[in-house]
Design a protein around this ligand. Structure first.
Ligand SMILES: [Fe+2]
Length: 124
């Protein structure tokens, strides 16, 4: 016998939120939209900062709506990803770096980087 718990209700709400996120993403991520974004962000004119400054910016200001299970701070996720990759592929240093920076584009959701909606930036 299974009892409906507060956890189940919270999970159900999270699931609905994730489904809505991906519904919006699939509707709005058109070739035209992506082409415009590549042109806009390809200019690389928003800001100059170090990788670590960008990691810290993510950590304090971005919540990824596509991954509500990700309760840990963003910077912890980046470091855990990089360390896991380093453990599995110790000789592929480029891959360690790739894991470390893989979510830095999320700063595009912040107002100073264009304030794009989450469906335009995060998710699989
Ligand atoms: Fe990630």
């Amino acid at each position: 016998m299974k009892f409906w718990t507060t956890y189940d209700a919270a999970e159900s709400e999270r699931q609905k939120g994730v489904e809505e996120f991906y519904r919006l993403q699939h509707i709005n991520q058109t070739v035209d939209f992506v082409t415009k974004m590549r042109a806009e962000y390809g200019k690389l004119d928003k800001k100059v900062m170090s990788i670590w400054e960008c990691c810290e910016l993510l950590n304090y200001e971005v919540v990824d709506e596509s991954d509500p299970d990700l309760d840990e701070p963003q910077i912890q996720h980046l470091l855990q990803s990089a360390e896991a990759i380093r453990k599995d592929y110790p000789n592929e240093d480029w891959l360690h770096l790739t894991a470390l920076i893989h979510d830095l584009g999320k700063v595009m959701t912040l107002p100073q980087f264009g304030g794009l909606p989450q469906w335009a930036v995060v998710g699989n």
